[in-house]
Design a protein around this ligand. Structure first.
Ligand SMILES: [Zn+2]
Ligand SMILES: [Zn+2]
Length: 496
């Protein structure tokens, strides 16, 4: 007699539930009049996964200052539909979609008259597929949890999450040499200039020998090759030469020019398992940015609203802030970090993980929403995005595609300016197109809030001044909090 297969775990049943309970609309954040702008419409089930019963014609409209106008409709099949529209005249718009009884609007699309030097792109270079190693038996339930391979995860990031760039940065110790070679090849194959940019990368730092607290960092490469060899290296945290941060940096510098590799410290204050960051060790050339936000919470500073959490081996998540190891502590030590947001997805869904282990992320009180990185780049190419990250022309959000500009005169976020070039008090410009009322726009100097404004509107264009003269070593960054709890952190301007 044939045996009944075991029932699927509840979380898997919920992930594959085909019934539509809502919609999600995503579009590009910046475009020039006449450009092609991508629109993605996703039918959501009760847990936020694609609801495959979603089918039919979704009506779309473009909502600007003059009210709504109709767009072409989009065909939804198995819960997903894509459309390209032509960017309308200059202004700020939202795209709204209706399917069945469901309705949703996108985050803002800002259209300019003339092409500007930089456009805003969104991505996530810190994500994982379901736990490796691949040779372990994978059950049907595992396969149904999320995109099961690196290629599936990247395609999901492009087509469903609708982000512009991504890396699947699996853990060093979980990748065999063959899997690493495949991982590079899959990233190469899915990289497509102008559409979707990928960088090969991995995460360093799951070694058990963490007595000196070298923490975790994800590493991405500009290309698939180093020094002419068609492969970039993986340096593992359990190998003698590269089990320390200094050893890792030495190996990276020997392998390639520093301009071709970026290492991002992450969850820097996560207590438990000694996974916090020891700020004695960083590298001004290799570590240009630090991940400030992910599902583990905020690494910026201690306390609310998103204190960083950890998962001890017993399976209980608790507040686990390691004081002295936050991003602010690293900045105070003189490291000049730009800010990124990462998902830390472990379910193959870069930038929009739904589950972690068997937990539904949104239903826990111990995991935060996934972070995302906004980058002001001159092109949607590997060089364009990589150079922008190296220049720290980037910022982190808690997921909302908030448009943020931040500068001191001509020096943009992430830039450096000499103190003697600033005449009088430093005046920092912040221009924000948010997704809800802006309850706090805070200018932070050397980790202290020195000016705060708010806006009942989702948009603000403000100048924030420092009463004290700027001195070498000072840094100014921007923290934005919306009424709906979404946040953004713009990379500092550094005074030299
Ligand atoms: Zn990690
Ligand atoms: Zn990770």
């Amino acid at each position: 007699m044939a045996q009944e297969p075991p029932p699927l775990p509840e979380v898997v049943q919920r992930l594959i539930d085909p019934e539509v309970t809502g919609l999600r609309v995503v579009t590009d954040s910046s475009a020039t009049y006449g450009d092609r702008v991508r629109v993605t419409v996703q039918a959501l089930n009760g847990i936020g996964a694609t609801a495959t019963d979603g089918a039919g014609t979704a009506a779309l409209s473009l909502v600007g200052a003059d009210g709504p106008s109709d767009l072409d409709s989009v065909q939804i099949d198995e819960g997903l539909g894509h459309l390209e529209i032509v960017a309308p005249e200059a202004g700020v718009y939202h795209i709204e979609a209706t399917l069945g009884g469901f309705h949703a609007g996108s985050d803002p699309l800002e259209v300019s008259v003339e092409p500007g030097p930089l456009s805003l792109y969104w991505g996530d270079v810190h994500s994982h597929i379901r736990e490796r190693p691949a040779q372990a038996l994978i059950s049907d339930a595992d396969l149904l949890m999320g995109p099961p391979t690196v290629g599936d995860a990247l395609a999901w990031a492009r087509d469903v999450a609708a982000i512009h760039f991504a890396t699947v940065s699996d853990h060093d110790l979980n990748l065999t040499d063959d899997e690493w070679a495949q991982q590079i090849e899959v990233h190469r194959r899915l990289n497509e200039s102008g559409r979707f940019v990928t960088f090969p990368g991995y995460e360093w730092g799951n070694s058990q020998d963490m007595s000196r607290n070298f923490g975790h960092r994800h590493i991405i490469y500009r290309r698939n090759r180093a020094r002419g060899i068609e492969q970039v290296p993986i340096f593992r945290s359990n190998e003698y030469a590269t089990h320390t941060a200094e050893g890792l940096f030495r190996a990276l510098r020997e392998a390639m020019p520093t301009a071709d590799v970026l290492s991002f410290p992450h969850h820097t204050a996560r207590g438990g398992g000694n996974t916090w960051m020891n700020w004695d060790y960083s590298d001004a050339e290799l570590e240009r940015c630090c991940e400030v936000f992910s599902i583990w919470g905020s690494s910026e500073k201690p306390g609310e609203p998103y204190p960083i959490k950890y998962l001890p081996s017993g399976g209980y998540f608790k507040t686990g802030e390691a004081r002295g190891h936050h991003l602010q502590d690293g900045l105070a030590r003189g490291w000049r970090f730009g800010f990124t947001g990462g998902s830390e997805s472990h379910d193959g869904r870069p930038s929009r993980p739904l589950v972690h282990g068997w937990h539904v992320i949104a239903e826990t009180d111990f995991l935060a929403p996934p972070g995302i990185t906004g980058v002001w780049a001159d092109s949607l190419t590997r060089d364009g995005i990589f150079d922008a990250l190296r220049a720290r022309r980037c910022y982190a959000t808690t997921g909302a595609r908030i448009i943020v500009r931040f500068s001191l005169g001509d020096t943009p976020m992430g830039g450096e300016i000499a103190a003697e070039e600033i005449s009088g008090p430093a005046e920092l410009q912040a221009e924000i197109i948010g997704t809800a009322a802006l309850s706090a726009i805070e200018l932070v100097k050397n980790n202290r809030e020195i000016a705060t404004v708010s806006s009942a509107d989702s948009r603000a264009s403000v100048t924030l001044s420092d009463a004290e003269p700027a001195r070498p070593g000072d840094y100014y960054y921007l923290r934005i909090t919306q009424a709906d709890g979404e946040m953004a952190w713009a990379s500092p301007v550094f005074i030299t």
